[in-house]
Design a protein around this ligand. Structure first.
Ligand code: PGA
Length: 259
């Protein structure tokens, strides 16, 4: 099962995950990072530059999970813009090595296949950062998404559009469609690291970790992955049935094991 790490706050989570990413990049300058957007990964991205100062990042590659369909890539809330602002520029990554699914309307029917090809050519993702939606989505795989799904266009739920309206002037500006890595794509990454903060995520986290594996709660796909780490604050962990066991396990973890 996933290793569950319960931390006091998002900054601590960001530090733990940034340490792991720094270890990975130090060991492998060709590392392939799976990048998430939204509020959740921000503490990781904020903690990374200090840990990677002086490290040659020119060969590191990145793949975003998803993108809005029909939103101009230059829009400040396109995930291309967000990844450029939050990851590429602060870390000094080569923009040509950082991929975001192409959400332009022209050629959208081929964009998923192209993205899968690019992922395969890069040798797959070493470490995939994930958030989880209040409706249980990972990437933009909304409830009902197949566990075998690959990168394709999806329709956002009303819940997700409401959740993301805070990034736009009004909910009417939130696109209705997205292009997202599938659950099958995400499960191919060699290490999944899911983060969640706040009470609003508690039900999705408990369902994903301790509920049945079901397409109705796409985050439950992580139960199928052989190397998954879930880092949550106390509020997001507040309804976990086995929280004491997770705390005990982490407190007694051998130092050699890493995340
Ligand atoms: P958030 O979104 O990080 O902005 O809460 C998480 C998600 O939708 O995956």
């Amino acid at each position: 099962m996933a290793e569950v790490v319960i931390v006091p706050d998002a900054a601590t989570a960001g530090a733990i995950v940034a340490d792991e990413i720094a270890r990975l990049v130090h060991a492998n300058p060709d590392a392939v990072l799976g990048l998430a957007t939204g509020s959740t990964p921000v503490p990781v991205y904020e903690a990374l530059p200090a840990r990677l100062a002086g490290v040659d990042m020119s060969r590191v590659r990145g793949f975003a999970l998803d993108e809005y369909v029909g939103l101009d890539p230059s829009h400040p809330e396109s995930y291309r813009s967000v990844i450029t602002r939050e990851v590429v520029e602060p870390l000094g990554l080569d923009p040509a090595r950082v991929h975001v699914p192409d959400g332009s309307l022209e050629g959208i029917e081929h964009a998923g296949d192209s993205y899968e090809r690019a992922l395969a050519e890069a040798g797959g993702v070493d470490l995939q950062i994930l958030g989880i939606g209040t409706d249980g989505h990972i990437g933009f795989n909304e409830p009902g998404s197949s566990f075998a799904s690959l990168t394709r266009v999806k329709t956002l739920t009303t819940q997700t559009r409401e959740d993301n309206a805070r990034f736009f002037d009004s909910i009417d500006d939130v696109p209705r469609h997205c292009i997202t890595q599938g659950l099958g794509t995400i499960l191919r990454a060699r290490h999944l690291v899911l983060l969640a903060f706040g009470e609003g995520k508690a039900a999705a986290v408990a369902g994903a970790l301790e509920g049945p594996v079901t397409a109705s709660l796409p985050g439950s796909a992580i139960q199928l992955h052989p190397h998954a780490t879930v880092v949550v604050d106390e509020a997001a962990a507040s309804t976990l049935r086995f929280a004491e066991y997770y705390r005990y396990t982490f407190a007694n973890k051998p130092a050699w094991q890493g995340l």
